[in-house]
Design a protein around this ligand. Structure first.
Ligand code: GDP
Length: 600
């Protein structure tokens, strides 16, 4: 309570914070914060770091009491833990019951993932199940000695490995398939990195042991070398020799899964909030969007309104993995549902909301938040952010994924960058999350996104799909041809001395309240500035239902009848754009400027 009896809101702030982040914390516009700073004799721009004491003064003037942050949580870890796990923590503990384990099968291409999934499915087909014919919905269930296991079975095609990895987000246990004749390969290591990032337990299926050239011990040694130590070597990873083709060891594998599952607390509240993970989804010809959802809590019912990312809809029909129509599905049950408006992304969290209106509202907010985040920071893994986090004591390493053309160049790069340190007070070092040979692929981008890493390519290109994914995920890729330049840049990056690059900075946002004709063909938008300001010489992007409808310059900016250079928050104005006039009521116009920032 403050002296006048009014309640002061308490916020926690780090040792230093950018003006933009402070504004967000205070639920104010950056302009308001800048004005308050100016009133206190300090000139600052939106990206400037201000110290705790200064931030506390600004906060006090805006009705908040600022306390220094005292959090021990590792933000990096938090970012990687799948959302559904966090949501589960909100459930009433007393109502949690065991649910079947969900298993994802990952591994290098051609090591036998598909064969193994097929073999498990065939051996476990239950008597009475129509000739064992199952629909492919990206997941299935088996029952072994009365215990159910859910297997995620997303397409094994190379192009789908990213999807598979995303699906693994919903898993409790990962079975890593390693071919006994081929050993640990690049995607084996990627799969391990994904499993670690999602914090799921891992079992190794040492496949193809029927082959003459199978060398189980050599593979075990390779695994041990990268930290996966077999249990019969006093480690803690169960390794089961199997042959998907000869159907050897399948029961052992299933028993190993159940054993590991018993050790984990695999729980859910069937009566609780309904949520889970999108396993796969596609637009079909006759049925519209079909999405396979893995229920992880609550009970999903036909008629429920589902929200997944920016897609939503009422479930019109629901099918299980055998293709049978069902009315409801409890925890760990995979279902294929009909009724979503758009194709949601694999790996995305879904939840049930009250109705479509609520869903649409949430989607609107999500889209705008995502847009803003994108404008504010072009990359989730960029140096500016990293430094803000380092200064706030939240981060102490620069995470890299390194791809090179040949093993011979990879090794010296990895050894040299690992030794780099920023020096100074917050001594940040480099952590190599993954190093491998070959082009930068979708999997690398997925891994970078999951671990907030920057991708370094040495004498390699990136697949075109990977480039697009990097753009949408906001991942930085830097390519080099000379090792010395690469090392030098990382050194500079660690010290915050990289050459600045262009970046879009959001300065304000207005909503279109009405559309007026202007001249014979043109139209102008009557707007109200909701946050920040609209500047005559800044750029505008038009957002409609969350999507960018246009991006470009301003042709006219008027207050009443006068031309003006800027319009502040809270005021109304007329905006005409160069090359766009098909405004609609409710459109959002965002004003942004291009600034030079040092970003990795
Ligand atoms: P995926 O790319 O990991 O899904 O691998 P697939 O399941 O498609 O298998 C790749 C190839 O390895 C196929 O030709 C399979 O027949 C073969 N294969 C899979 N498992 C075994 C096995 O246990 N023994 C032998 N000999 N071949 C196998």
């Amino acid at each position: 309570m403050s002296e006048n009896g009014q309640e002061t809101k308490i916020i926690e702030l780090p040792v230093s914070i950018t003006v933009r982040d402070l504004a967000q914390t205070l639920d104010a516009s950056p302009i308001e914060v800048i004005k308050t700073l100016m009133a206190n004799g300090m000139m600052a721009n939106i990206n400037q770091e201000i110290d705790f004491d200064t931030a506390a003064i600004v906060s006090a003037e805006m009705g908040y009491e600022a306390l220094p942050i005292h959090e021990e949580v590792e933000e990096q870890e938090e970012a990687e833990v799948p959302l559904w796990r966090k949501k589960l923590e909100e459930e009433d503990e007393g109502q949690l019951v065991n649910r079947p384990p969900v298993v994802a099968i990952l591994g290098h291409v051609d090591h036998g993932k598909t064969s193994l999934l097929d073999a498990i499915r065939q051996t476990s087909v239950q008597a009475g199940e129509a000739g064992g014919i199952t629909q492919h919905i990206g997941a299935y269930q088996i029952v072994h000695e009365g215990k159910t296991i859910t297997f995620l079975d997303t397409p094994g095609h190379a192009a789908f490995t990213a999807m598979r990895a995303r699906g693994a987000q919903g898993a409790d246990i990962v079975v890593l398939v390693v071919a006994a004749d081929d050993g640990v390969m690049p995607q084996t290591e990627e799969a391990i990195a994904h499993a670690r990032a999602a914090q799921v337990s891992m079992i190794v299926a040492l496949n193809k042991i029927d082959k003459d050239n199978a060398a189980p011990d050599r593979v075990k040694q390779q695994l041990a070398d990268i930290g996966i130590v077999p249990d019969d070597w006093e480690g803690d990873t169960i390794i089961v020799p199997v042959s998907a083709v000869e159907k050897i060891g399948l029961d052992d594998l299933i028993e190993a899964i159940l054993l590991v599952a018993d050790d984990l607390d695999i729980l859910a509240n069937p009566e609780g909030d309904v949520f889970g993970t999108v396993i796969e989804a596609e637009l079909t010809k006759g049925r519209g969007v079909m999405a396979t959802l893995l229920v992880q809590n609550g009970t999903l019912k036909v008629g429920d309104t589902v929200l997944a990312g920016t897609s939503c809809g009422r479930i019109k029909a629901m099918f299980d993995y055998t293709g049978a129509k069902i009315k409801e599905a409890g925890p760990s049950v995979p279902v294929s549902v009909m009724g979503l408006s758009d194709v949601p992304k694999a790996g995305e969290l879904f939840s049930v909301v009250a109705n479509e209106k609520v869903a649409r509202e949430i989607i609107g907010q999500r889209v705008i938040a995502a847009e803003r985040a994108e404008v504010a920071t072009d990359s989730v893994a960029n140096l500016e952010q990293l430094f803000a986090r380092v200064q706030a004591g939240e981060e102490e390493e620069l995470r890299l994924i390194i791809k090179a053309d040949v093993q011979g160049s990879l090794e010296p790069i990895v050894t040299s960058v690992q030794d780099l340190k920023s020096g100074g007070e917050q001594d940040i070092g480099v952590k190599v999350i993954h190093a491998g040979t070959g082009n930068i692929s979708n999997d690398d981008i997925m891994l970078a996104s999951a671990t907030k890493s920057i991708i370094i390519g040495f004498n390699v290109g990136s697949d075109s799909a990977a480039k697009r994914l990097a753009d949408t995920e906001g991942i930085s890729i830097r390519k080099y041809k000379i090792i010395y330049h690469l090392i030098e840049d990382i050194e500079k990056a660690l010290k915050g001395m990289l050459e600045p690059v262009e970046k879009k900075i959001l300065i304000g946002r207005a909503q279109v309240l009405a559309v007026f004709p202007s001249g014979k063909y043109d139209q102008v938008a009557g707007c109200r500035v909701e946050t920040g300001e609209i500047r005559r010489n800044a750029k505008i992007r038009v957002l409609r239902e969350g999507k960018i409808a246009f991006e470009g310059g301003i042709a006219s900016l008027k207050r009443h009848k006068d031309d003006v250079n800027e319009v502040r928050e809270g005021f109304e104005c007329g905006i005409g754009l160069k090359g766009f006039s098909s405004f609609e009521e409710g459109d959002i116009l965002e004003s942004y400027v291009i600034e030079m920032v040092s970003e990795f």
